[in-house]
Design a protein around this ligand. Structure first.
Ligand SMILES: [Zn+2]
Length: 259
């Protein structure tokens, strides 16, 4: 089982490395700590003693992919499709972009409750921006962290969360590389715990446009596998989405505590 598992994840990585253009199904595809006692809810419009941390939450994909190409990374001549269409649930038939948005909204709610400010990339399923444009938006947003929410596809037995972080400082620089890795590690352990699943091995890759253009700490969080019937149903249930959101908040708390 373990072996199959590794195979599934490894296979996914290899697939994404080998098939630059479209990786449709395979896919790649978080208060200030709870110093809440010192933080007044911003919704009340009051001043805060400590500036709230801002989290940019990007629900992956949208209603359709964009097949034209864009540069994979700053300073690179390699190109990649602007946006892939994502996977869909083997049991529910729900397209990934809808599941990602539902998880992103649950995460926004949980982060706000924990005292963070949240900026959403999208709140509807229409967001015809390329991966590079999405990351540029996050970079300019003033957010402290950029978390991309996705769901995965692999074997029918694959399950559990996975994070993708830069493989090196090549495109993002040393500071963002280090911080993204630390964010990835905080998130994956917290989400695995909150969902009761085993974390998959972290994917370290310089082949994700979303990560390569990052100027703030950025990770891709694959919340689970929609190719696994039972996990697909979980990923599309409000109760499991809340568990993921809770894990993301804990991971973000840990990231800021460890700074
Ligand atoms: Zn995806």
């Amino acid at each position: 089982m373990k072996k199959m598992f590794r195979w599934a994840v490894g296979g996914l990585l290899i697939l994404s490395l080998l098939a630059p253009v479209s990786i449709p199904a395979a896919a790649a595809e978080k208060a200030q700590t709870t110093e809440n006692s010192q933080t007044v809810d911003a919704s009340a419009g009051q001043s805060t003693r400590k500036k709230k941390k801002t989290i940019f939450i990007a629900a992956g994909h949208q209603e359709r992919g964009i097949s034209s190409r864009e540069r994979l990374a700053p300073g690179s001549s390699a190109t990649k499709a602007k946006l892939t269409s994502g996977t869909s649930g083997v049991s529910t038939g729900i397209p990934e972009y809808k599941t990602n948005l539902a998880i992103a909204k649950a995460t926004r709610k949980a982060l706000r409750k924990a005292g963070y400010k949240v900026i959403m990339l999208r709140t509807t399923n229409k967001c015809p921006l390329s991966n590079q444009q999405r990351t540029r938006k996050a970079n300019k947003s003033g957010a402290n962290l950029h978390i991309c929410i996705h769901c995965n596809a692999g074997s029918s037995r694959a399950k559990g969360p996975l994070v993708i972080v830069p493989a090196s400082s090549r495109y993002v620089g040393k500071k963002i590389y280090n911080k993204s890795c630390r964010l990835g590690s905080s998130l994956i352990s917290a989400v695995a715990k909150s969902t009761g699943k085993k974390a998959n091995a972290t994917i370290r890759s310089n082949y994700y446009t979303t990560i390569n253009w990052a100027e703030i700490p950025t990770v891709i969080l694959e919340c689970g596998f929609m190719s696994n019937a039972s996990e697909d149903r979980q990923l599309n249930s409000a109760s499991y989405q809340k568990k993921i959101a809770k894990g993301i908040v804990k991971g973000v708390n840990k990231y800021f505590k460890n700074r």
